[in-house]
Design a protein around this ligand. Structure first.
Ligand code: 1HS
Length: 256
């Protein structure tokens, strides 16, 4: 008996990292998944990986910051898979620099993808979730929403917006039987995080990771699978009475 038996899920940013791990885990737990990524080849590779393991998935190339893409994403997922029960707004980009070094373009892109992407994907998903009798939205926040991260001003602002948006969505959508929660991961080495680790390590990703680990009481960084497991919990009926919550999945980093 899987925790998502019979469910249909959209996972954005699923071509790599946490999104890929969540898509694979959701399928293991009985779901059919729309694997959404800006990079069509990456989405297709994960969908093929799922099919190869006997699961059902559809690959969708979409830019979550573009309304017509977000609408098409939902329409395609529902058309191909037959409905929608879970939306995991995982897609995101990082940022470089504080308010002095950071560029306006970097700020705009970070807020557009990370925050507006959650707004747009949720906007078009809600009618389908409601038509299914309710569902769950999991938004990808970050420890960067909860504490200041050096040289990542736009990223912190965007992830902070996602925490606030998640709480507002939970209040708005509860009457529609849609739960909304925010997952705030600590550092997991994924393509999104590599630029930050490289900058932190003076051009060396591994050095950046070494300098980051002391921030984590558990003495290590997280894995994509560990984050995906909490996303599964929040997406599943195990979290039936959980909405508007902010879950730090961070090895104790924000407890200090
Ligand atoms: C994945 C998450 O958004 C990490 S934000 C960077 C946190 S740290 O590397 O400065 O501990």
């Amino acid at each position: 008996m899987g925790k998502l038996d019979g469910k249909i899920a959209i996972v954005t940013g699923a071509g790599s990292g946490i999104g890929r791990s969540a898509a694979l885990l959701f399928v293991e737990e009985g779901a059919q998944v729309a694997v959404v990524d800006l990079r069509e080849e990456a989405a297709r590779a994960v969908a093929d990986e799922i099919a190869g393991a006997g699961g059902k998935a559809v690959a969708i190339a979409a830019d979550v910051s573009v309304a017509r893409d977000a609408a098409r994403m939902v329409e395609t997922a529902v058309g191909e898979l037959g409905g929608l029960h879970v939306l995991y707004n995982n897609a995101g980009v990082g940022s470089q620099g504080g308010v002095v070094e950071g560029t306006e373009e970097d700020w705009d892109r970070c807020l557009e993808v990370n925050a507006k992407g959650v707004f747009l994907c949720s906007k078009f998903a809600v009618p389908e979730l409601e038509a299914a009798g309710g569902g769950a939205i999991v938004n990808q926040g970050s420890v960067a929403a909860l504490v200041g991260i050096r040289s990542a001003a736009a990223y912190c602002a965007a992830k902070g917006a996602i925490v606030a948006l998640s709480r507002a969505m939970a209040v708005d959508l509860a009457p529609r039987r849609i739960r909304v929660n925010c997952l705030c991961p600590g550092t997991v080495v994924t393509p999104l995080m590599e630029p930050m680790m490289r900058e932190r390590g003076g051009g060396d990703v591994e050095r950046g990771i070494e300098l980051t680990i002391p921030k984590y009481p558990l003495g290590r960084l997280g894995t994509t699978e560990e984050i995906a497991r909490v996303a599964l919990f929040l997406a599943s009926d195990d979290a039936a009475f959980v909405t508007g919550a902010v879950y730090a999945v961070d090895g104790g980093m924000t407890a200090q």
